[in-house]
Design a protein around this ligand. Structure first.
Ligand code: AMP
Length: 411
């Protein structure tokens, strides 16, 4: 609705501005892609691919999916346009995503994400840059109270060793796990770690942690990330059970949460994905990225009473009384609008009282009262709404007077 859209526009404007400062260029991918892209990119066995995708067959018999996330489409575009020629490359996106989830506060089936991707850098500083940009995103909006959790999922080698150990240790407590986790046991056992079910968490209590399984290179990388973050004063906390819902992550994963949002407290998440570009048919290009939900950011802002932008209101409100005055006011309002000054004029005759009510409701700065009587004298009354003071002004000079006021205090 128009009132809310002002907040959206300002949020989007600020996100774009931040990306300009960090050197990320906007990439706009289509709202739909071939189903296969997500099946391969996000991964079979993930909740998104198995349960949440909007799939359909088009008239040509192709399997199509409304995009549930932005990374796979960005990688597809990156490869299709041969962007790996010039690395590193930085992109951001902003737009709707679709997931068939059970709607609740902060979770909808069409929602919006802001996300960014950095290609072609494998060192820990790239992860630090991504986490810093994610962190700065919230800070620049005035949300100070966010938590950043980080973890390392290692590479294929160390993760495989951990996965085997996890399966072995969970084998005799399968009946204690929820139905979802029992299904995950075979297909994607790492996902059991961040199940919200308290009984599953209890069953996991004494299990080894992923960080203990990291190979020396992955360990050194994770250490580098932590040091980089601490040098910037970014208070990231290691959360050994953080795994996130995508298959493509390698090494660093991170999540941003905000207090006071209830169960949907994740306001953004990301991580490193060193294999995705290759898996989608490209060269071996390491990458790291992040995505945030705009609805959730706006929920946090509302919670903290942060308004990004005041409601748009007309600068001047015409309050004509009588037929002749009405025609004159209409003409004047049109002239002002042609000069770029937001002016409002009622399109039919109304009483002064009714008109002032509208002017107050809209929050205008000035009201111009023109009665038929004043019109005879070629004069009108200009009223300042903030303090109620008014003065008489000649009709001939009115356009110029309002233009001057607008220059002084309009924006
Ligand atoms: P993900 O792509 O699952 O890592 O999600 C990144 C962010 O998008 C989350 O932290 C949420 O802020 C937001 N998000 C994910 N799913 C939804 C949804 N169904 N409705 C609203 N926001 C969502």
């Amino acid at each position: 609705m128009p009132d809310e859209v002002g907040q959206w526009q300002e949020l989007e404007r600020r996100l774009r501005e931040l990306c300009r400062i960090y050197g990320y260029g906007e990439l706009r991918t289509p709202l739909f892609e071939a189903t296969e892209l997500f099946a391969r990119g996000v991964g079979e066995g993930t909740d998104i691919v198995d349960k949440e995708m909007y799939n359909f067959t088009d008239r040509g018999g192709r399997n199509i999916t409304l995009r549930p996330e932005g990374t796979a489409p960005v990688v597809r575009a990156f490869l299709e346009h041969n962007l790996a020629r010039e690395l590193p490359a930085r992109f951001f996106y902003l737009g709707p995503m679709f997931r068939y989830e059970r709607p609740q506060a902060g979770r909808m089936r069409q929602f919006h994400q802001f996300g960014f991707e950095l290609f072609g850098e494998s060192g820990p500083l790239a992860d630090v840059e991504a986490i810093d940009l994610a962190w700065t995103t919230y800070r620049s909006l005035g949300v100070a109270d966010v938590q950043i959790k980080i973890n390392s999922l290692g590479c294929e080698t160390c993760r495989a060793a951990f996965r085997d150990e996890l399966r072995r240790r969970l084998e005799d407590r399968l009946e204690k796990l929820c139905g979802n986790c029992r299904a995950r046991y075979q297909r994607n056992p790492l996902r059991i770690l961040d199940c919200k079910n308290p009984e599953c968490q209890a069953a996991l209590a004494d299990l080894p942690e992923l960080v203990d399984f990291l190979c020396p290179e992955c360990k050194a990388h994770f250490q580098g990330v932590k040091e980089g973050l601490s040098a910037l004063g970014i208070p990231a906390v290691t959360e050994p059970k953080l795994v996130r819902g995508f298959d493509y992550y390698t090494r660093t994963v991170f999540e941003v949460t905000a207090a006071g949002l209830g169960s949907q407290d994740a306001i953004g998440g990301g991580g490193r994905y060193n294999n995705l570009v290759r898996e989608l048919g490209g060269p071996a290009v390491p990458a790291v990225g992040f995505a945030a939900g705009l609805e959730r950011i706006l929920l946090v802002l509302a919670k903290y009473g942060i308004k990004l932008k005041e409601k748009d209101a007309p600068f001047v409100f015409m309050a004509p009384l009588g037929r002749e005055a009405q025609a004159h006011a209409f003409e004047l309002a049109c002239q002002l609008k042609h000069q770029g000054i937001p002016a409002y004029v009622p399109l039919a005759e109304k009483s002064l009282k009714a008109q002032m009510k509208v002017a107050n409701r809209q929050g205008v700065k000035w009201t111009l009262i023109i009665g038929d009587e004043e019109l005879q004298k070629r004069r009108a009354i200009l009223k300042k709404m903030s303090d109620g003071t008014q003065r008489e002004i000649s009709l001939a000079g009115i356009s110029e007077a309002i233009a001057n006021l607008y220059l002084e205090e309009g924006r």
